[in-house]
Design a protein around this ligand. Sequence first.
Ligand SMILES: [Zn+2]
Length: 369
Amino acid sequence: MCSKGYEDKLWKTIIVGKFGDKGGWCFVVIGLTKFKYDNWYADFALKDHFLDLFSINQNEEILVADSWYVEVFAKQDDVTLLCLCGLEDQKEKEVNFSSGRYFGGNDKDLGSRLPFDAGFEAVGIIAAVGDSVNDLKIGTPAAVMIFGSYAEFMMVPSKHILPVARPDPEVVAMLTSGLTASIALEKAVQMESGKVVLVTAAAGGTGQFAVQLAKLAGNTVIATCGGKEKAMLLRDLGVDRVIDYKAEDIKTRRVMAKEDSFKEKKWTKSKDGRFSVKSLCKALDPERQGDFPARVIWNSMVPPRVSFFAWEATWKKVLTLDQIQRRGCPLANGCYLCLLEEKSIDHIRLHCELPRSLWNLSFSLFGVS
Ligand SMILES: [Zn+2]
């Protein structure tokens, strides 16, 4: 089938898409497809990457079409993807945990949705595009995250197509795990450079991406994992300090942590040199350096509602009018006690006339002027 029709073009785009546009890819003898058996481009052997085509190639009587004939088309706004690294690669390696988790676990859920197509992530080559799709071309390598990606061909709405540089198996790992790590670090944590980043469960799919991204951003990375092999893997990925929680106790262990080097066995972010999550949080958020007066506020002698108010007031979270304004509510702000200034937590506690006279009264009772 190599001699005519789109199959020829399709297989050529698959191979060129995977390996680049160098070298010959096949020659045709009256309808039979022949692939070169030796290395085709750099170190990539075609026979390893296209097992089926090569097994067909071994039998001179078979046409590619005999085993591979598929009618490739795409509806209006859809794109049909030839999945190269969905099923096969996931079978060989490890299926993303989420790939097997299709339902919430209750019987109703399962019953109502059978039968279903397996797989959630795939990478491949665009084999057909619908009439309304203008921005995507046949032959473009692309990835998708959509149910049913263990299929050889899948027709998906064009908005789900993520064009990628090469249709390599590594792209599949980058989808759920890689994007989760990237979004968590960049959007949720707003990662900077020159900080200490702690990644827990770092040897998992998402964790491995997280430690590498944090390193690339120029941070010191501390990673936790369970087991020697995982610890070794994380060291290979460039983690500065690996904590194997099966071999050492995270709570009592003195963690080696100096931001630029780990030679000194001391955690510099706390007074006693011991690692604690509290000290790490403080290091990550220096604006909250001020010590919270917990003993005074959370005191059994103080009524709970007073404690709660004092706690809110310390963090400036009391819903005074200025806070309500900050949340987008268009209210006029004015202090009801003095009718002079705007109401804020500092104003009603300290600066307003009435509270100030109360403070003065209580100070004078203790002889303070
Ligand atoms: Zn006032």
